[in-house]
Design a protein around this ligand. Structure first.
Ligand code: SAH
Length: 254
C-alpha cells in the first residue's frame, strides 16, 4: 500500500495521528523536501529509506513507489499541508492505477488553516464573507482564464492566495482591477506554524511593498478581505433569541 499523507503546515505536531503512525511504520518515505518539515522524519524506523522529491521527477517518484510496494513495503508519500491542495497527487494516483497499485490518502492541516490560526482570524464572518476562494496567480503553471484573480476578486469573498509571493505587484493590481479597494485588509503569513513564522498586516495597496520591506519572497500565503477587519454581525447559532435543532431561543416575539 502507498499512503499519500498530509504533513500539515510546518509544526511537527500538526500532522494527524494516522499520518504519524504511518510514518513510524514506513519502510520507504518520499517527502517534499522544499516544504515539509524534515523533523517529521525523526520518527521513522532506522532502516527506513528516505527520498527527497524536490530532486525527483514524477517518473522517478513512481519508479521508487512501484517496486517498493510490490516487494511488500509500506510506502509513505509525504506532502506539505493537505495533499489535495496544489499537491500534484492526482498524476501520481493515475500512474499507480495503471500499475494496479493500491493507495490511500491521509488528509492534513492545510497551510491556509495554519495561517488563520496564526492570525487568530475566522475566514467566514456573518455579513462579511461566507465563502473562501483558494487560488493562485498564474506563473509557470497556467491558471484557467475564467479563474483570473480579477474575476475572482469581483466576489469580494475571503481569498487565500497560494504560490504567488513572487508576483505581488501584479496580484495587487489584479485585486484592485477586480473591485477590491486599495484599503482592503490583507495579511502575508510566512511559514505559518513553523518556529520562524512571521506575519504582516497590510492592505491590498501596500501588499507588495510590505513583502519587499520584510524580504518575504516565498513560502507565504496572501489572505485578503474584510474578515481581517473588525466589523461583523454575531452568528445566529449562538444568538440567545435564535431557535434551532438543539436549543430553544428566548425571543419574546416567537
Ligand atoms: N498542499 C499545501 C500547499 C502546497 S503549494 C497546503 O495544503 O498548504 C505551496 C504553497 O503553499 C507555498 O507557495 C505557499 O503559498 C503555501 N504554503 C505552504 N506551507 C506554508 C506555510 N507554512 N505558511 C504559509 N504558506 C505556506
Amino acid at each position: 500500500m502507498i499512503y499519500f499523507v498530509g504533513a500539515g503546515p510546518g509544526a511537527v505536531d500538526l500532522i494527524t495521528v494516522r499520518g504519524r503512525t504511518l510514518l513510524e511504520q514506513a519502510d520507504v518515505v518520499i517527502y517534499a523536501g522544499s516544504l515539509v518539515n524534515p523533523e517529521h522524519l525523526s520518527v521513522t524506523k532506522k532502516e527506513c529509506v528516505i527520498y527527497d522529491s524536490a530532486k525527483m521527477t514524477l517518473e522517478d517518484v513512481i519508479a521508487v513507489m512501484v517496486p517498493a510496494e510490490r516487494a511488500g513495503k509500506k510506502v509513505v508519500r509525504l506532502h506539505t499541508g493537505d495533499p489535495s491542495i496544489y499537491g500534484a497527487i492526482r498524476e501520481q494516483m493515475d500512474l499507480l492505477d495503471e500499475e494496479k497499485i493500491p493507495y490511500e490518502v491521509v488528509p492534513g492541516v492545510s497551510s491556509f488553516f495554519g495561517a488563520a490560526a496564526s492570525l487568530k482570524k475566522e475566514y467566514t464572518l456573518p455579513d462579511i464573507s461566507q465563502t473562501v476562494i483558494i487560488t493562485r496567480m498564474e506563473g509557470r503553471t497556467p491558471v484557467p482564464p475564467k479563474e483570473d484573480i480579477a474575476l475572482l476578486a469581483s466576489h469580494q469573498a475571503t481569498m487565500a492566495i497560494f504560490l504567488s509571493t513572487g508576483m505581488l505587484d501584479n496580484l495587487s493590481a489584479k485585486l484592485i482591477a477586480g473591485g477590491y479597494t486599495a484599503d482592503t485588509p490583507t495579511a502575508i503569513v510566512y511559514k505559518a506554524t513553523w518556529p520562524d513564522e512571521k506575519h504582516f498586516h497590510c492592505t491590498v495597496g501596500t501588499l507588495a511593498q510590505t513583502a519587499r520591506d520584510n524580504q518575504i519572497t516565498k513560502t507565504a500565503l496572501i489572505l485578503v478581505g474584510w474578515f481581517l477587519g473588525d466589523v461583523y454581525d454575531r452568528s445566529k447559532l449562538y444568538d440567545p433569541t435564535f431557535t434551532h435543532e438543539f436549543r430553544e431561543g428566548n425571543d419574546s416575539r416567537s
